[in-house]
Design a protein. Structure first.
Length: 132
């Protein structure tokens, strides 16, 4: 029962992050998403942690940090053990990819994607959590 409560508490943070992202409230979205990332990382679930970087990409794009958004989106999409099936189906991410390609141009987008695909998840998590 305790593990189930912990799991529900963790998932509630992801749901809140997604809701705030949908409202364009990037500060709140980041706060709940980073909380989700921290808890999932502590739980040992690197797949869910990697997938949550897609929400970070939305927030970065909302702040006009387009290259950083592409990099963390690439990490979310290419991490080997990601639970990213929902990433490919979630319309805000499809719109985000199109927006980022328009903003950066194809060559810059592809270069940022390659950089992001080579990022190390653990280092990104630590950097994100220290930045809080």
């Amino acid at each position: 029962a305790s593990a189930q409560r912990d799991f529900m508490r963790i998932d509630a943070r992801l749901a809140l992050a997604m809701a705030y992202a949908g409202l364009g409230d990037w500060d709140s979205a980041r706060r709940y998403n980073r909380d989700f990332i921290r808890l999932q990382w502590e739980w040992g679930d690197s797949a869910s942690t990697a997938s949550a970087f897609a929400l970070e990409a939305l927030a970065l794009a909302g702040d006009r940090q387009y290259e950083n958004a592409v990099e963390v989106l690439a990490l979310a999409f290419t991490y080997p053990r990601t639970v990213g099936g929902w990433l490919k189906k979630w319309p805000p991410l499809a719109r985000l990819q199109a927006q980022l390609k328009r903003e950066l141009g194809a060559a810059s987008y592809e270069a940022a994607w390659k950089r992001g695909a080579s990022l190390q998840l653990d280092l990104m998590i630590v950097g994100l959590l220290v930045e809080r």
